[in-house]
Design a protein around this ligand. Sequence first.
Ligand SMILES: CC(C)(COP(=O)(O)OP(=O)(O)OC[C@H]1O[C@@H](n2cnc3c(N)ncnc32)[C@H](O)[C@@H]1OP(=O)(O)O)[C@@H](O)C(=O)NCCC(=O)NCCS
Length: 182
Amino acid sequence: MPKAQSADAGDPTPAIGGSESIWLRPMDEFDVASVASIESKVAPDGWTSALFAGEFGLAADARHWLVAIDGAEIVGFGGLMIAVDEAHVLNVATDPGHQRRGVARHLLTALMHDAADRGVGAMTLEVRASNEPALSLYRELGFVIAGTRPNYYADGEDAVIMWLHDLFAWQRGCIETMKETM
Ligand SMILES: CC(C)(COP(=O)(O)OP(=O)(O)OC[C@H]1O[C@@H](n2cnc3c(N)ncnc32)[C@H](O)[C@@H]1OP(=O)(O)O)[C@@H](O)C(=O)NCCC(=O)NCCS
């Protein structure tokens, strides 16, 4: 896997915007128990430890996972599947005790920059139609609703499909905003 600037284990990225103590690094096998524990709190029917562990057996350039750290504690995680020039958000979650601190925004923003840096031009995801927190988060980051997948989830709930069609334009916008605020 090419070294991702914002996720270099030797150069942790300090968080921005209201969560100064939080930083990000790539997820590794030793994080699986902590990550699965967060997942079990926010999505009891979600990913299992085995599923997270299986991600590390896959081609390194096809996956990109980050964890968010506060002190010594993992407080969130997010991951992408990368296929040629498109990325799919596989999962993102924040420990309930650390939500609304900008953790997921920070994780997703870093994943989006990393993907753009690798030449990935578009990003997509599915989210439960009732998951207003996640829908708001993705909308805020520039994703738009592109359709639904009826009965996508095991309990029959529909998935909303969202896309960010031009990740490079999104990244240019971030850089422009950063220049204006300097
Ligand atoms: C969705 C989730 C990842 C958000 O994590 P978080 O770290 O609390 O999110 P952030 O603090 O970065 O929030 C960023 C923005 O998302 C939106 N948002 C986040 N939580 C929200 C909530 N409960 N209600 C409404 N909007 C919300 C807001 O726009 C927020 O910005 P603001 O706090 O400035 O208003 C978290 O609620 C979670 O883990 N949910 C369970 C797992 C999940 O649904 N994952 C998504 C699967 S597709």
